[in-house]
Design a protein around this ligand. Structure first.
Ligand SMILES: Cc1ncc(COP(=O)(O)O)c(C=O)c1O
Length: 413
């Protein structure tokens, strides 16, 4: 292959620039305007269920505002899926609240509903208080066991925030993720199902909640002819330029979903034939994943070329969208890391011009969250040690999938 194959690159419809041009032509170069309204309307139509949608500057901002809307305050506890990207948990700490991590169940890889209930009961026994919110995550687009999660949440009267940042277009029994709980979070970062370059949205239950979120996202301005503030707000609204990209992207969202699923079908079929590698499949038809990223697990006994030298060299720079940012690191090992055969596979694929990446490292194993309560069953650590994400986006062709699979086979001893 003469070009490098990335995990998930943005893909444009060709309609984005017309929306952006219109914003320039009409001088709507601000974080509000026709593209913001139009993008919100498109998203509203897509998610259905009579929900309202607020376009924001990021998925992280959406989680932050959802937590505030759920009444989370300093000193409160918020239950959060441990197996996720840090953005699911970080906003809890922005509020001075404490994340309580709950491990996953092995089929969806998302929050284990039985462990969730144990965690709630134990927190109530220890603190005398109920956690203020539950953040459940659609990891790699996979639906969570939403009916069971909602049953537990409703039993204890705790609002659920669905972090569907990776799960735009995934469905549980036909219903779009992000529309079951109190709030639903979407991300339009450069690597997501659609992009606005950077951006996010919060799915809200009704027009009143939407108004409240918009008020918080625009520095909490009171209705006066001058700037009057009676609460602390945020500058979290999406730019009208970025929203123009979003409107263009909405015209190809369904195509993107279909393409991710097509790539998933190709991988699934190929990995059936390879002993020692397990493709992450949907446990049943109810779990209609967008397959944002296709993921595999490598058996511990699978031997991979270069395994002995897998951790010989320190990595320069951070993983993912942090190009040019170098911070810390220094030592080669941490106390929880992918198995040597997984790291060796990552290196072999990298040499072949293919980007792959370990699964999210569970939050309860992150030093920054070392002091947070955690309810653990070993599932996410087990998966993290064995798993790898493979290139999956609309820019990945059938030919490239064949090449990736051939390179994976080549790397096996
Ligand atoms: C699970 C999850 N939650 C939240 C986010 C945050 O979204 P954003 O990057 O738009 O802030 C991301 C992605 O970046 C994510 O993968």
């Amino acid at each position: 292959m003469d070009k490098r194959i990335y995990l998930c690159l943005a893909h444009m419809s060709g309609k984005e620039q017309a929306f952006i041009q219109e914003a320039f032509d009409t001088n709507w170069v601000v974080p509000l305007g026709p593209n913001v309204n139009g993008f919100e309307e498109d998203l509203k139509q897509f998610v259905g269920q009579n929900k309202e949608v607020v376009a924001l500057s990021s998925g992280t901002a959406a989680i932050h505002l959802a937590l505030i809307a759920c009444g989370v305050q300093a000193g409160d506890e918020v239950v959060c899926q441990s197996f996720t990207f840090c953005a699911s948990a970080n906003p809890v700490t922005y509020l001075g609240a404490v994340p309580v991590f709950v491990d996953s169940e092995p089929e969806s890889w998302n929050m284990d509903p039985a462990l969730l209930e144990q965690a709630i009961l134990d927190r109530m026994a220890r603190t005398g208080r109920t956690p203020k919110a539950i953040v459940v995550v659609a990891l790699y687009g996979f639906p969570y066991r939403i009916e069971e999660i909602m049953e537990v949440a409703n039993k204890y009267g705790i609002p659920v925030i669905e972090d569907a940042a990776e799960g735009l277009g995934s469905r549980w029994k036909g219903q779009v993720l992000g529309t079951f709980g109190a709030f639903g979070v979407l991300s339009f970062n450069g690597n997501k199902m659609i992009t606005t370059s950077g951006g996010g949205a919060l799915i809200c239950p009704n027009a009143q909640a939407k108004q409240h979120i918009m008020w918080l996202a625009t520095q909490a301005r009171e209705a006066y002819p001058y700037y009057q503030h009676e609460a602390i707000g945020f500058n979290y609204r999406l730019s009208n330029i970025c929203a123009g990209i979003g409107r263009g992207q909405m015209t190809i969202l369904n195509e993107h979903i279909a393409h991710h699923k097509h790539i998933a079908d190709m991988y699934r079929e190929a990995f059936r034939q390879i002993k020692g590698i397990t493709y992450h499949e949907a446990p049943s038809k109810a779990f209609d994943s967008n397959f944002w990223l296709s993921t595999i697990l490598l058996d511990e006994n699978l031997r991979v070329r270069g395994e002995k030298e897998a951790y010989a060299q320190a990595v320069q720079g951070a993983v993912g969208g942090a190009a040019g940012v170098v911070h810390g690191g220094g030592s080669i090992h941490t106390d929880c890391e992918p198995n040597p055969n997984v790291e060796a596979m990552r290196i072999q694929l990298d040499k072949a011009g293919i980007e792959s990446r370990p699964l999210w490292k569970p939050m309860h194993t992150q030093p920054v969250f070392a002091n947070c309560p955690a309810y653990i069953n070993g599932v996410s650590e087990h998966l993290f040690r064995r798993g790898l994400c493979l290139p999956s986006g609309p820019m990945v062709s059938d030919e490239e999938v064949h090449y990736i699979i051939s390179q994976i086979k080549n790397a096996l001893l």
